[in-house]
Design a protein around this ligand. Structure first.
Ligand code: ATP
Length: 235
C-alpha cells in the first residue's frame, strides 16, 4: 500500500472538519474523493501534505508515519500537492514555475531529464516556456500546476479540483493527463466536484459527507449507487 490513513480526525478551532476517516491508496491507482462544498476534501489533502495537523489518527506513506511531518519532508518522501485554483506563480515564466516544483531536489541531471519528459507530455508548455504563467489560459495554467507538481518527482499526486472552471474540452484533457500519469506508475488522489469525470477516471472512490466517509467502493459500483446518482450525478 502506498498511503494508508487510519481513523483521522481534524478540527478547526474545535469544529470537526474530518471525523474518523480511513482510506487507502494502492500503488498505481487513481482514487477519487467526492463530496459537496465543505465536506472536508481540501482538509484531507492539506492534512496528508502536512499543512494541517490532525487531532487524531495515523497516516502512513510507504513505511513512514507522516501525520506530524512538516510539508517539505512530505514532499521529499514523494507526495506532491496540486492545490485548488491552480495557484501558479503568475509573474514567473512557465519554466521558472516548473523549476520551483523541483526546489527540494538536488539531482540536477534527473531534474533535466524530468523537465524534458514534461515538455514531451505537455507540448503546449514547451511552446510557452518563456511566457509569464499569469498570461496563460485557465487550461494552460492547470497544465503548469500539474506539471510543477510532477517536477518534485512524486509517487503520489494529490489533485484538488483540477477541472474547476475549465471548458468541457479541457476537462477531458485533464482526465487524459491523469490517466497518463497513472500509466507511469504514480498514484493520484483526485478531489473533484465533477463526479462524473472523477468516477470515469478513477479505479476506486470515496464519498465524503460532513467530514465522514459515507460510502466507498470501486468507481463503477459507486457510480451505480442510488444516493450517488441522485446527489452527485444528477440522475
Ligand atoms: P470545498 O469544495 O468548498 O473546498 P471541501 O470539501 O474541500 O469543500 P473543506 O474546505 O475541507 O471542504 O472544509 C471542511 C470544513 O472545514 C468546512 O466546514 C469548512 O468551513 C471548515 N474549514 C475549512 N478550512 C477552514 C479554516 N481555515 N478555518 C476554519 N474552518 C475551516
Amino acid at each position: 500500500m502506498l498511503l494508508r490513513i487510519e481513523s483521522l480526525s481534524v478540527h478547526y478551532d474545535g469544529a470537526e472538519a474530518l471525523s474518523d476517516v480511513s482510506l487507502t491508496i494502492p500503488k498505481g491507482s487513481i482514487i477519487a474523493l467526492l463530496g459537496a462544498n465543505g465536506a472536508g476534501k481540501t482538509t484531507l489533502l492539506r492534512t496528508i501534505s502536512g499543512l494541517k495537523s490532525p487531532t487524531m489518527g495515523k497516516i502512513w506513506f510507504q513505511d513512514h508515519r507522516i501525520e506530524n511531518n512538516p510539508p517539505e519532508e512530505i514532499v521529499k518522501l514523494g507526495i506532491a500537492h496540486c492545490p485548488e485554483g491552480r495557484r501558479v506563480y503568475p509573474f514567473m515564466t512557465v519554466l521558472e514555475n516548473l523549476q520551483m516544483g523541483a526546489y527540494l531536489r538536488r539531482d540536477q541531471s534527473e531534474i533535466k531529464r524530468d523537465l524534458k519528459m514534461i515538455y514531451e507530455r505537455f507540448p503546449v508548455l514547451k511552446e510557452r516556456t518563456r511566457q509569464k504563467a499569469g498570461t496563460l489560459s485557465g487550461g494552460e495554467q492547470q497544465m503548469v500546476a500539474i506539471a510543477r507538481a510532477l517536477m518534485s518527482n512524486p509517487r503520489l499526486l494529490l489533485m484538488d479540483e483540477p477541472s474547476l472552471g475549465l471548458s468541457p474540452i479541457m476537462v477531458m484533457e485533464v482526465a487524459r493527463i491523469i490517466g497518463e500519469i497513472q500509466n507511469t506508475g504514480l498514484s493520484v488522489l483526485l478531489v473533484e466536484q465533477n463526479a462524473r469525470m472523477a468516477l470515469e477516471t478513477s479505479n476506486y472512490a470515496y464519498v465524503l459527507e460532513k467530514g465522514k466517509v459515507r460510502l466507498e467502493g470501486h468507481s463503477k459500483e459507486v457510480a451505480n449507487d442510488d444516493h450517488v446518482k441522485k446527489a452527485y450525478l444528477g440522475i
